[in-house]
Write a protein that binds this ligand. Structure first.
Ligand SMILES: Cc1ncc(COP(=O)(O)O)c(C=O)c1O
Length: 446
C-alpha cells in the first residue's frame, strides 16, 4: 500500500490563530500565503506593539545624543525606554557585543547602501560578490564603481568583481575563496539566496571571514533571507557588517538593521545626515554623534522599533527559531519530493537538488512562460494561493545564466514560513501537477 507522503514538520498550526490575515476569506476560502521570502504576514502582538506607540506615547525620541538623558517629558521618556529595549532585542538576536553596533535602517537595501557609501574606498580597491547577489547587494557596489571610475578618470576601472556560483546555483566556497585577493576590501555576499533559497553554511561564512580578514578586507553578509529563518550569531561567524529587514520575519515594513562591528562603524562616513545625527553644530562646523546615532538621520520610525521588538520576541521566543527552521526544511522537503518528479523539458526546479540546502524556498521554472502564468493564475483564482513570479531582483544572474534560452523571467517562487501547513503545500503541488502534466488544458486564454 502506498502511504501518503507527510512532511514530518513540527506542528506549528496553533500559531495560525495569531495571524489576522489568515482569517480572511475570498470566495469562501482562506488565503494560502506562500510569498514569505518577500514579506511575511504579521501576528497580532506585532500589530498591537505598533499601535501601542501611536496610542500611548506618539512623540519623538529626540535628543538621542550618546549618554545624554535630557528628556524631561512623560511620553518622551517612555518612548526612549522602548527604543532602548528594541535595540537590545536586536543585539541579543544577532549576538552582537554592544547596542551601539545596531543601526536602525528602513530595510536591507538602505543598510547595504550605508556601508557602500560610508567605506572610504579608493581606486584600486575591489568589492567582491557572487554572480547571484540580490540587486540590493549589487547596485550599491556598481554605484561605488561608477564613482571611483569618475574619480580615477578611468571608465574601465573594475571595482566590483564577481565569482561564479556552482552549476546548480549553490554557493561554491572554493571559487569564493580563490576570488579573494590582495585588493579585496569588501566581500559582500548573501547568506541565503532570494532566487532559490540556497544557503551558505556557518562553516563557509567563517572560512570567508578568515580569508577576507587575512587580506585586510571586511565581510558584509546580506542576511535578508537568513535572520528570519535560522539563528545567526555575528560574533561566532566573524562578520563585520550584516543587514536584514523585519518585514521578512513577522515585523513591520520599512524597518531594517545594519549591524557593524564597532570599530568598523567608527570608521564609516555618515551618509544620510542632518537632524539627530549630530551632537552639535555651528554655522560652519558639525560634530557627529558616535555610532549608531550618526547613521540615523531625522525622525525615526518609533512604531517600527516597537514592532521590530515584538517580531523578535514572537519569532525567537513564542515560536523559536529552531522550530521555524525545522518547519521550513520539512515543508520544503515535502514540496521538493512532490515537484521534482514533475520535471520535464518544459518544467524544472532551480537551485540545489537537496531541499535541505534551500531553506524554505522552492522555485519553479519553465521554458514556456504561459505555463508559469497558468500555475500562478490557477493557484490564485481557485485557491487564493499567493506565489511570486519573475526575477526576484536577481536579474543579473538570471540574464547571465538563462538569457540564451529565453527563460530568464519564467520563474515562480513558493516560500514558506512558520504558519504554513503541509495541506497548503499539497494544494500547490496539485495545481502544479495538473498544469505541468496537461499544459494544453490550462493555456486557453494565453
Ligand atoms: C537576499 C536579499 N537581499 C536583499 C533584499 C532586499 O531587502 P529589502 O527590500 O528589505 O531592502 C532581499 C529582499 O528580498 C533579499 O532577498
Amino acid at each position: 500500500m502506498l502511504l501518503p507522503m507527510t512532511s514530518g514538520a513540527p506542528d506549528l498550526s496553533r500559531f495560525r490563530a495569531d495571524f489576522p490575515a489568515l482569517a480572511r476569506l475570498r470566495r469562501g476560502r482562506p488565503p494560502i500565503y506562500l510569498n514569505n521570502a518577500c514579506v511575511t504576514l504579521r501576528p497580532r502582538p506585532v500589530v498591537e506593539a505598533i499601535t501601542r506607540y501611536y496610542e500611548a506615547f506618539p512623540t519623538c525620541g529626540g535628543g538621542r545624543a550618546e549618554g545624554v538623558r535630557h528628556l524631561h517629558s512623560w511620553f518622551g521618556e517612555e518612548l526612549r525606554e522602548e527604543e532602548e529595549r528594541a535595540r537590545e532585542a536586536v543585539r541579543d538576536l544577532l549576538g552582537a557585543a554592544d547596542v551601539s553596533e545596531i543601526v536602525w535602517t528602513r530595510n536591507t537595501t538602505e543598510a547595504i547602501n550605508l556601508v557602500a557609501r560610508g567605506l572610504r574606498l579608493e581606486p584600486g580597491d575591489e568589492v567582491l560578490g557572487s554572480e547571484g547577489e540580490h540587486n540590493s547587494n549589487l547596485v550599491p557596489w556598481l554605484e561605488v564603481q561608477r564613482r571611483l571610475r569618475e574619480r580615477a578618470g578611468d571608465p574601465e576601472l573594475v571595482v566590483r568583481r564577481f565569482f561564479d556560483l556552482a552549476d546548480d546555483g549553490g554557493f561554491d566556497v572554493a571559487k569564493a575563496l580563490a576570488a579573494i585577493g590582495p585588493r579585496t576590501r569588501v566581500l559582500a555576499v548573501s547568506h541565503a539566496s532570494s532566487l532559490d533559497g540556497s544557503q551558505v553554511s556557518d562553516d563557509v561564512v567563517r572560512a570567508l571571514a578568515r580569508r577576507v580578514h587575512e587580506v585586510g578586507g571586511v565581510l558584509l553578509l546580506d542576511a535578508a533571507q537568513s535572520v528570519p529563518h535560522r539563528p545567526v550569531d555575528v560574533c561566532a561567524l566573524g562578520v563585520d557588517f550584516l543587514a536584514f529587514s523585519f518585514h521578512k520575519m513577522c515585523g513591520p515594513s520599512g524597518m531594517g538593521v545594519l549591524y557593524g562591528r564597532r570599530a568598523h562603524l567608527d570608521a564609516l562616513e555618515p551618509f544620510i545626515v542632518g537632524g539627530d545625527t549630530v551632537a552639535d553644530t555651528w554655522v560652519d562646523a558639525v560634530e557627529y554623534k558616535a555610532p549608531p546615532g550618526r547613521f540615523e538621520g531625522g525622525l525615526q520610525d518609533y512604531a517600527g522599533m516597537l514592532g521590530a521588538r515584538a517580531a523578535i520576541e514572537y519569532v525567537t521566543k513564542t515560536v523559536g527559531l529552531d522550530q521555524v527552521r525545522a518547519h521550513d526544511l520539512a515543508l520544503n522537503a515535502y514540496l521538493t519530493e512532490r515537484l521534482q518528479p514533475l520535471e520535464c523539458d518544459h518544467f524544472w526546479l532551480l537551485g540545489p537538488r537537496d531541499a535541505a540546502e534551500r531553506g524554505g524556498v522552492v522555485t519553479m521554472a519553465s521554458s514556456v512562460g504561459a505555463i508559469v502564468n497558468a500555475i500562478e493564475r490557477e493557484a490564485d483564482e481557485r485557491h487564493n494561493l499567493m506565489l511570486r513570479k519573475g526575477m526576484f531582483c536577481v536579474n543579473a544572474y538570471l540574464h547571465r545564466r538563462h538569457d540564451r534560452t529565453g527563460t530568464a523571467s519564467n520563474n515562480l517562487r513558493a516560500s514558506v514560513y512558520l504558519y504554513n501547513t503541509e495541506a497548503e503545500c499539497e494544494v500547490l503541488c496539485d495545481v502544479v501537477e495538473q498544469v505541468v502534466k496537461n499544459p494544453l488544458d490550462h493555456l486557453d486564454d494565453e
